[in-house]
Design a protein around this ligand. Sequence first.
Ligand code: GMH
Ligand code: CA
Length: 160
Amino acid sequence: TVLFRCSEFQRLESEVAALRKQLDDLAVVVTKNRDAHLFPNGRSVGGKLFKTDGSQGSFESSKATCSQAGGQLASPKNASENAAVQQIIARHNKAAYLGMNDIQSEGTFAYLCGGEIGYTNWADEEPNNAGGKEDCIEMYLDGKWNDRSCTERRLIVCEF
Ligand code: GMH
Ligand code: CA
């Protein structure tokens, strides 16, 4: 059994109150910093952050740019995440590569970590593997997906 003397209990109580206040203050700072960093080229959705640096690159160079930044190429997994990426690319008026691709196994699109994709938002008639060489996915300005050659230049959008 642990017994606290009254004075000790009072000291702990005020210490907890002080820590609670510090946590509240920290939450305000974190929110403010997040909002500042998302303005104007990022979007926050359900704990994920999507952001562009405004530059463009092939699939491989976009992938490298995002991982060097500590994130990965945007890989929307539901309609809200897809809408967040769409807002960013619409603002820049440029299509973007997504992380998912079928480089490993033609016809089976997978996430960068390897698992087969669940959510999709293909444009009509896509994916069509035009010319037999479309292993990457671009998001059009309207948010729809098209399978596309991996060597075009597209807006770099990362997720964190
Ligand atoms: C073909 C046609 C187009 C389609 C493109 C696109 C290329 O050129 O089927 O209608 O938009 O392919 O899928 O990635
Ligand atoms: Ca296509």
